[in-house]
Design a protein around this ligand. Sequence first.
Ligand code: IPE
Ligand code: IPE
Ligand code: MG
Length: 251
Amino acid sequence: MPEAQAPNVAGTVPDVPRHVAIIMDGNGRWAAARGLPRVEGHRRGVEALRRTVRAAGEMGIRCLTIFSFSSENWQRPASEVRDLMGLLRLFIRKDLAELHSNGVCVRVIGERDNLDPDIRRLLDEAEQLTCGNANLLLVVAFNYGARDEIARAVRRIARDVASGAVQPEGITEEMIGQHLDAPDIADPDLIIRTSGEQRLSNFLLWQAAYSELVFSPVYWPDFDRATLEAAIEEYRRRERRFGGLAAKTGS
Ligand code: IPE
Ligand code: IPE
Ligand code: MG
């Protein structure tokens, strides 16, 4: 159920953003604050994810993108990487049927080639099973890095230039967007990062050009519908201008 790209029009924001993206951060600190191992924070993070997907659907959000594993997260200790891969496997095996019955369409962005074949299969299966659903689009950014995504897009365009199919002068912003991992999905209206960190950490760098950013101090395992509503409340107070003039002074 890909969404057509909404036009960039200056003015007030609608009540509920169509596309919300979340950098789910703070699992490790949540665990450390309780004297628990980091993996316990990740486990509780999966529960927060379940709550959030449910709340997003109920609130009328059309698309939810979640940053679940970055291309830089391989730098973590092997045991933590194993735990995170295990939780992804478990999430897909345990939750896929329920997501499907709730009409959630799952899409995955990120580099898939260097993943374990069984994880690749699970991701493919999740997409294939749910591609006809239309209640909520859940985009899972897994082994995702925006610079890697852009580099892969550029490589594909370069091949077309080398073959003569595209002239260098013919490369446009739209063409670059069309070669990213999910060209049919509109840019996020709102990006939320939990845990108090205020950076993008290589998330959706191209797509975030005009997204509103909201930083929540809450650690991801504590995230719930109320925190999501608070972030959307803040989003509603913003005025998106896309380089134009404020609605009050424009026109
Ligand atoms: C987010 O929590 C989960 C992933 C990045 C996979 P962290 O594991 O980054 O938790 P902190 O930031 O160390 O608290
Ligand atoms: C970003 O969080 C990646 C995910 C939430 C999956 P990190 O915890 O990896 O980011 P940094 O290292 O603090 O920037
Ligand atoms: Mg972190």
